[in-house]
Design a protein around this ligand. Structure first.
Ligand SMILES: *Cc1c(COP(=O)(O)O)cnc(C)c1O
Length: 386
């Protein structure tokens, strides 16, 4: 089976992890700060806070921004459930903004309309989480302008987008947002097995996220109440968690970061090749906006079901039967039973639902060969026929 995504581990990656295992601290040593610095420097952010997953990063980002009971978090329905769940973890309520028909990302016009209505009703969101689906940057200038006008905070879910750029600035630079979150799960662009990082240009947000990452405990006298009892002293000043990344993972991350640009270049070459080879088929292909550079985590296509006889599910099943590990990113979050129980229903976000009815994610990862890619194209051509 050709998978839809696959990580790439080099001998240098292996060597660096073994070195940590044999010679260094396993947790809370120098590798995590070095990894944070590597990623912050790469994307031009002030600081990074490394954690054990992007889900944890989204959670501490929401906590640091003060999201809580009585607040609203809005995100895109076309995302992994974690982009929405982070709001629920904080006791906030979650709502969605439908996607744009062309980019499949959160639509700024629909966001504006929803904000105008919410302002009248006194239900403005505290936090909005745009998701750079497949790595293609959202319209961050428009979302950032709305954040200023309506007074909400922005967390970019850039789990798909490390290595990409928006209007000449690397994703993660937080030009139009407060915090940007990356995932290092193995199917993503660079991996630490499990892992994530929250980028910010605010020292205060970085410091608060650092607290929530590790039990809400500080050894910084500046953050303590009252006097220190002595050199052994620490205080718990918030209710935090244990979301720490290990030294082994951080070392792997530093090593992987050396190949990030190479990974992105390969993803672009493969996507260009798909674009050419699939252009004659009854498909809508993923677009890339001029002026931006996509991280190209995913290559989803949309079937033009009016032009073919097999159904969406039939094409999916035929691809799997042909050994192509297609996938579907994503089932709109509001249609998950857990969210339906809150009152969401089919028809609430029609553009996301139309996408879901037609989409198919084709294999895309740096190690995908030309022959394998031709196999995918041939299988898709056959799957859509008769
Ligand atoms: C993968 C992913 C996450 C969660 O990442 P983890 O590191 O697995 O917690 C969140 N949001 C999006 C859009 C993702 O693709």
């Amino acid at each position: 089976m050709i998978p839809y995504g696959r990580h790439e581990i080099s001998q240098a990656d292996v060597d660096t992890v073994i070195d940590v295992l044999q010679n260094r601290f396993l947790t809370q040593g120098a590798q995590v700060p070095a990894f944070e610095e590597t990623v912050a420097e790469y994307c031009g952010a002030g600081q990074g806070v490394a954690v054990n997953s992007a889900t944890s990063a989204l959670h501490i980002a929401c906590l640091a921004l003060g999201l809580g009971k009585g607040d609203w978090l809005w995100t895109s329905p076309l995302t992994f459930v974690a982009s929405a769940n982070c709001g629920l973890y904080c006791g906030a309520q979650v709502d969605f903004v439908d996607v744009d028909a062309a980019s499949w990302n959160m639509c700024p016009e629909k966001l504006e309309q929803k904000l105008i209505k919410a302002e009248v009703e006194g239900r403005l969101p505290k936090v909005v989480v745009p998701v750079h689906l497949r790595g293609e940057p959202c319209d961050m200038a428009a979302i950032g302008a709305l954040a200023k006008r309506f007074g909400f905070k922005v967390i970019e879910d850039a789990s798909h987008a490390i290595g990409g750029s928006y209007a000449g600035q690397k994703i993660g630079a937080c030009v139009h947002s407060d915090i940007t979150v990356f995932s290092f799960h193995p199917v993503k662009i660079v991996t630490t097995a499990e892992g994530g990082m929250a980028m910010t240009n605010s020292n205060e947000l970085a410091s608060r996220m650092g607290l929530f990452r590790s039990h809400g405990i500080t050894r910084d006298p500046g953050l303590m109440q009252g006097e220190s009892d002595g050199a052994w002293y620490y205080q718990q000043v918030e209710l935090g968690y244990n979301y720490r990344l290990t030294e082994l993972q951080a070392a792997l991350g530093i090593s992987q970061m050396q190949r990030l640009d190479e990974f992105i270049t390969k993803r672009h070459a493969l996507s260009d090749r798909y674009d050419t080879r699939l252009s004659g088929l009854p498909l809508a292909l993923p677009t890339r906006a001029k002026g931006n550079h996509s991280g190209l985590h995913l290559y989803p296509v949309r079937l033009q079901l009016g032009k073919i006889s097999p159904s969406h599910a039939q094409v999916f099943d035929r691809m799997r039967a042909a050994g192509i590990g297609v996938n579907l990113h994503y089932i709109p979050v509001h249609l998950q039973p857990y969210y339906k129980a809150m009152g969401f229903k089919k028809g609430d976000f029609p553009e996301a639902e139309r996408y879901y009815a037609e989409a198919l994610t084709l294999p895309l990862f740096p190690g995908l060969t030309g022959d394998e890619q031709d196999e995918v194209v041939a299988a898709l051509t056959a799957a859509m026929a008769l």
